[in-house]
Each structure stands twice: as C-alpha cells, then as structure tokens.
Write a protein that binds this ligand. Structure first.
Ligand code: ADP
Length: 780
C-alpha cells in the first residue's frame, strides 16, 4: 500500500482506471457467463425432459405389450444425441425393462421415487445431469424413463465464453489505458506542474513563480488559482517581513550602537568609580596613617613636654624664681590643653572614620564610678564642690571600660567646670528594665532650651561659657558618639539657673563576678602609695594639705574626727598618714601610739604635721617624719616621697631597660625612674634592645611599640618564644592606637599596658615598684 502511495499521481490514476475498468468488466462478464450457464443448463434439462417424454410415448406400447426389444430399439435412437450417456425404461414396479448406454458406464441401480404430484425429477451429480420421468398412458402409470446426460456442452460453452470475456477485457483495458492517458493529461499534468512549482517555492524560497492556469474551470483551476493567490500573499508578506526585518535590523544596529556607547560609558564610569574607590582607599589609608602618626608623633613629644615641665616645677634641679615657675606652669597648662585637644580630635576622627573599636565587657558600675570620682575629686575639691555617687550595690553594665570612664569623665569634668564653687554634683545609676540609666547631675547654670539641640555638635560651645572657661567644644560631641557606639543615646534635661542632668543608658550585665582588677587594687600588698590619709580636725588646715597632695597626684582622704582615726585607717589602709597633734577629743600623740601599736596599721608611715615642735617625742612614739607647721608643699612632698615612693631596700641591681625611639620621651622616662632610685639603661630602637637583652637580662623592660626597624611587637614575640626571656617582665608604654587583636595580644604577652594619651606616670611607678619588689605582677 505504501508503495502505491509513493507512485506519481498519473500512475495512480492509470492504475485506478485500469482496476476500475477491469473490475467492472470482470463483474459484468462473470454475471453474463453465470446467467448463460444457468440458462443453458435449464435448456439442457428441458431437452432431456422432452427426450424422456418422447421415449416414454414411444415405448408405452412396448411396455404394455411387454416388448423390451422394441423399447430398446427406441432407446437406441438416442445414439444421435452425443450428450446422452445412458438411458433406461423401468416397469412401474421398478424393474429395468430396457436400457441404452453410450459406453460401459452402466445404469443406476436404484431408481429414486418421484414425489407424488410431480411427473419428473432431475439432479446434477458428478458433472452429469440425471432425469427421471414417469410414463402415463391413459391416466395410468405405465413405467419410468431414466435418462443420464454429460455436461460437456456446458463446459465447452463456458470455456468459449471465458475466452471471449478475456478478449473483451483486454480490449477494454486497452481502451481504458487510452482513455486514462487522455484524462491524465487533463487531471494529473496540472497537479504535477503545481507540485513542481511548490517544489521550486519551497526549495528556492522563490515566491515570484506561478503555476500555469488550466483552461478548464474545475476544481483544479480553483486549486491552481488558490495556490497562486496564496503565493501572491506569501510574496507580499515576505516583502513586508523583509522590510520589517530590515527595519528591525537597522534598529538592532542602532540599539547595539547605543548599547556599545552605554557600555563604554559604564566602563568609563566604573573605571572612574574604581579610581574614586582607590582614591577613597588611599584617602582612608592616609587617614589611618594620619591618625596613627598624629597619635604617636604629637602625643610623644607632648608627653615629654609635660613630664619635663613637671620635673622643672618640682625644682628637683634647683629652685626656680617666681617668673620661671609661672612660665613652667604656662608650659604645663598649655601642653595639657594641647594634649587633651589632640586626644579629642583624634578620638572624634576615629569615631567618624568608624575605626573606634570597643572591647565590651561586664563592668561593676560602683567600681567605675569610684575610679572616675577619685580621679575627678581633686578638681571638685579645688572648687569646694560636693561630689557624690548613688548606685545600687552590684549593678553592672556591658561597656568598654576605657570609653565608659571617658564618657563619665567628660560629663563630670563639664559639671565641675561649669558649676560654680560650692556647687553640688551627683553621679547616679539605676536599673530600668534591662538597661542601666546613668545620670550626671549638677546644680550649675543650666543650658538654655534653644542651645540644647546644638550642644552635641562638635566645637559648639555656649556663648556664655565659651569666653570664660577653657574648653574645645569637642567633649560632648565625643561623649555623644561614644554613647551611640554603645547602643545608647545621650540626653539632656536642663533648666536655666537650675542645673543640668546628662543621662544615657547602657545594657545591664547579669551574673557578674567581682572583677580581678578590683581585688588587685584593694589588695594590701599593692601598697597603694597614692592614697594619703589626712588626720586633721581643722578644716582649713586639712584643705591646704589636701590641695598640696592633690597637686602632686596623690589621692587624699580627710579624717576630721580624731576619735575615728584608727577605724578609718584600718578600713582605708592608706600609703601614708599626715597627723595633727592638737586635736579634740583625742590628740595626735594618742592616735600615733594607737596606730603604731595596732598590727593592722603599724607599718603605715606617719608624718606628724603640727604646730607642736616636739620631733623627739614623735620619734619616740614611732612617727616616721616630723614637720612643724607651716609646712610648704615641697617639704611635705619630699617627706612623703621618702616614705612612700622611695626605692625598696631590696631593689635589684639589674637595670630597667627603656626602649623608646623618641629622645625626649626616652630621657624623661629615664629621668623619672632614676629619680626613684632605679638603675636604668635606655636604647633608641628594637635592634639595640634585642642586642642588649641578648647580652644581659634586664630587671624589666619598658617598651614602646612604634620603633624603627624592629617593632615592639616583634621584640615581644621574640622574647616570649625564647625560654631565656619568656618570663622577662615587659611594660608596654605607647601612644599607638591599638586594635582589639593587638590589645588582646598584649594582654596575654605583656605585664602591663600604659597609654601615653592617658595619665600613666603614677600608675607605671606603682606597678614598677610592685613588679621589682614582689616579682612579676599578673599579666594585664
Ligand atoms: P567644652 O566643655 O570643651 O566647652 P563640651 O562639648 O564638653 O565642650 O561642651 C559644650 C558646651 O556645652 C560647653 O562649652 C558648655 O557651654 C556647655 N555645657 C556642657 N556641660 C555643661 C554643664 N554641665 N552645665 C552647663 N553647660 C554645660
């Protein structure tokens, strides 16, 4: 079937024609032959019946007269009929009476009975027709004729007809072939041409070709017209499409050009962004460099300026005249102002640059308040201001210790600065939900409402205070940002003439243990040389001594109730005591005796400061120094220095190595230590320090971090990794801004860390004394 489908249409048409024609003809011939065969057979039967009738009538008398010979004669006439095979006459009782046979085929043995009402029956059997007819004479059955004929004639006729049919069929097929070839041209040729045109169109995409129209108006013509019409439409569409395509192509080209231009612009832009980024990075690097250079380069010489002016003011190297003292004091004040300004500016730029890193820890508020208050108290005392703190015991916050103290110092410093003499200042902290609200309150002049918004801006100062009181206008700006860095906000409540309250809140710390630093501070073995107890019932005299002590950096506590002196001394464990003699209700001699007898206070040095001139009595009762009023500052401080800050007897012979590249700073530190009786060696760079330590171990090293060639960090790491120097005590003294990592490294590998931007001298001496007299202290 599929093969047929592959054939061309003309072939299919020819085949169709031939098949249809031959099928029709075959059917027609078959019908005709079948009809003729049936008719001819009936004719044969009729002829046989006639012959049987004739035989019956001719042999009736022979039967009547029982003359078989006559009957057989009659039968023999059948010889003329070639188709008769045999014949027989039977008596009514079924006995063969006479017979005829063309060859030896014989008779039928049993004569079939003829159904009643019929005179004759016939049947076809083995290519033979058999006919049996009953003979009736004068209404009575006389016998039965039997006649048997072959069908040769029928067969011959059939063969003849088949031949004729074949001839007719062939002729018809020839004619059909002829006709189909004529029709093929009319039907198939246009289709074939149409197919060729379609082939050209699909192969060459050539829509301009057309199929040739036919002359007829039939379906083919419609098909060709529709095909041509379709081609016309496709051609038009294709033209429109090409036009659109060309337009599109042009637009794509334009867009591509635009995109190229945009891409170029973006590239140029990103290049400029890259340049800008590099610029910013360079800027930020420069800023970093600037910050650390400023930090180091400005603070180091300033520290030396301050230190030397201090030494000069102490008249250690000879007395200064009044003018010289004034100038030295100017240098000192100017230096201090400059140092605080530099620190403020650096702090602010560090915060603005996002480089201020906080080391958040849990801090006991009471401890921090105590430290800040005792640092600020001398300033308040100078103005006779009352300073108090109120904080729940055990309250702790999460904050950076240094920055928290800085915030408090700024706020307290302002309160002291702007509140008039004898004013009241209070620092308070209380828990509100999960935050600790810290307040610094004063009863100073207050801040007008219209200025309150601008107060936290950098360099902003109130017009009033700006002129009279020194300041930079940076303190609150820094404080504000530091509080923000802790996740809080600095607020202000103030009414003109009624004082101000600055407040902020910090997250509360829960489950905090006693900080180790507190234990060390309060430990009696630390000696706490800076705390002096002034036992004096006269307020003015006490204030005078206090201010002398404070100006020299001592912390002083006044005991104006002589009866409580022992108890307070036991509690306070001061580094030294100044004791008046003329007091009520208990005089100084009694107190001296008591203190020197009590084992809890016996070793505390006592300087008697009195108008009573009885030094021998004092010596007898155990006084360590005896000064007769009026006592000038230098004498008092010298006595104190002898007792409190003097070099322990067991001072080691090995020197303290100072590693500092800045010559004035180096000289100042060396001078400071020498004055306290320490043996000192100083070197200017890391390489020299390395060589010196390799040659002989110093008692302790005071190490700057920023050094030429080999840095302080490198030295420290070298020493720590060498078993010989692993335990060498190292104090870091630096003005460098340290990252969290650096701080934590130094905490583990150095004994102490001092920053030049904060007051360090006193604490360094204190720790040095502890380190060299009691062995290496705990690491910071
Ligand atoms: P400085 O103290 O260096 O002037 P601050 O930024 O700390 O700079 O303060 C800005 C200004 O705010 C001060 O000049 C002062 O006028 C005002 N101020 C700050 N604290 C107080 C206070 N407790 N009472 C009155 N005025 C204050």
């Amino acid at each position: 079937m599929s093969k047929t489908q592959d054939h061309s249409i003309s072939r299919k048409l020819t085949w169709m024609n031939m098949l249809v024609s031959s099928a029709a003809l075959l059917l027609a011939c078959a019908a005709f032959i079948a009809y003729d065969m049936v008719t001819f057979r009936e004719t044969m039967v009729r002829n046989l019946s006639t012959q049987a009738q004739i035989i019956g009538s001719n042999t009736a008398s022979a039967l009547l007269f029982n003359d078989p010979q006559s009957a057989e004669n009659t039968l023999s006439a059948l010889k003329a009929a070639h188709n008769i095979l045999s014949a027989g006459i039977y008596t009514p009782d079924g006995r063969l009476f006479a017979s005829y046979s063309r060859d030896a085929a014989g008779q039928i043995s049993v004569l079939p009975s003829i159904p009643s009402g019929q005179t004759e029956i016939h049947w076809l059997k083995d290519k033979e027709i058999v006919l049996v007819r009953s003979m009736v004479f004068e209404g009575k059955p006389t016998g039965t004729v039997y006649i048997r004929s072959d069908v040769e004639e029928l067969n011959r006729r059939l063969i003849r007809y088949a031949g004729i049919a074949a001839i007719v069929l062939s002729a018809c097929l020839m004619a059909a072939l002829l006709v189909s070839s004529i029709f093929r041209r009319a039907v198939a040729d246009p289709i074939v041409r149409l197919a060729e045109v379609a082939g050209v169109v699909s192969r060459d995409k050539n829509y301009s070709v057309r199929a040739t129209p036919t002359r007829s108006r039939g379906e083919l013509a419609i098909l060709i017209d529709a095909f041509n019409e379709m081609l016309t439409q496709i051609q038009q569409n294709e033209r429109a499409l090409r036009k659109a395509h060309d337009g599109l192509e042009q637009r794509v080209q334009e867009r591509t050009a635009e995109l190229e231009a945009a891409k170029k612009e973006v590239e140029e832009f990103s290049h400029s962004v890259l340049l800008a980024k590099e610029e910013v990075e360079r800027g930020s690097k420069f800023k970093d460099q600037f910050l650390s250079t400023m930090s180091h380069e400005l603070r180091t010489p300033l520290n030396a300026v301050l230190g030397f002016s201090d030494l000069l003011a102490d008249e250690r190297y000879g007395p200064l005249n009044e003018r010289q003292q004034r100038y030295v004091s100017h240098i000192h004040t100017g230096g201090k102002h400059l140092l605080s300004l530099i620190s403020d500016i650096l702090d602010l730029s560090k915060i603005e640059a996002g480089r201020m890193e906080l080391a958040i820890e849990s801090l006991r508020v009471e401890t921090v308040f105590g430290e800040v208050l005792s640092a600020m108290r001398p300033l308040a005392d100078k103005k006779s201001q009352e300073m108090s703190m109120s904080v729940e015991a055990g309250l702790a916050v999460r904050a950076d210790s240094t920055r928290f103290k800085q915030v408090l110092m700024n706020l307290l410093g302002n309160a002291i600065k702007f509140t008039p003499d004898s004013g009241r200042i209070e620092v308070a902290a209380r828990l509100i939900e999960d935050r600790v609200r810290v307040e610094v309150r004063d009863n100073g002049p207050g801040i007008p409402p219209e200025e309150q918004k601008r107060i936290f801006e950098a360099f902003y100062r109130l017009r009033e205070s700006g002129k009279k009181i020194e300041g930079t206008g940076l303190g609150l700006a820094i404080t504000h940002r530091l509080v923000e860095l802790h996740g809080g906000e600095l607020g202000l409540e103030s009414q003109l003439g009624q004082g101000s309250c600055f407040y902020f809140s910090l997250p509360v710390a829960v489950g905090m243990r006693e900080p180790p630093s507190l234990r060390t501070e309060s430990s009696p073995r630390s000696g706490a040389p800076a705390r002096i107890l002034v036992i004096e019932d006269d307020r003015t005299a006490a204030q005078l001594i206090q201010s002398q002590l404070t100006s020299a950096g001592y912390e002083s506590v006044v005991c104006d109730r002589p009866q409580d002196a022992l108890e307070i001394t036991v509690q306070l464990q001061p580094s030294a005591i100044t004791l008046d003699i003329v007091m009520k209700p208990k005089n100084g001699w009694e107190i001296l005796t008591q203190l020197k007898r009590d084992p809890r206070t016996a070793r505390i040095p006592i300087i008697v400061v009195s108008i009573v001139d009885q030094p021998s009595m004092g010596a007898l009762l155990g006084a360590d120094e005896y000064l007769v009023k009026p006592v000038d500052k230098a004498t008092l401080l010298a006595a104190l220095e002898r007792l409190v800050n003097s070099r322990p007897a067991s001072a080691p012979a090995r020197p303290i190595l100072i590693v500092e590249d800045d010559a004035p700073a180096r000289e100042f530190i060396a001078e400071m230590l020498t004055a306290k009786g320490y043996a000192v060696t100083a070197v200017a760079d890391g390489a020299q320090a390395r060589a010196r330590v390799a040659a002989s171990l110093p008692e302790l090293v005071i190490l700057d971090l920023v050094l030429p060639e080999v840095s302080g960090f490198e030295l420290l790491s070298e020493w720590r990794s060498n078993p010989r120097t692993a335990d060498l005590p190292v104090f870091i003294l630096t003005s460098m801004d340290l990252t969290k990592e650096e701080q934590s490294y130094l905490r583990t590998h150095a004994e102490s860390l001092f920053r030049k931007q904060e007051p360090w001298q006193e604490e360094l001496l204190k720790q040095l004394e502890r380190a060299v007299s009691l062995g290496a202290p705990e690491r910071v």
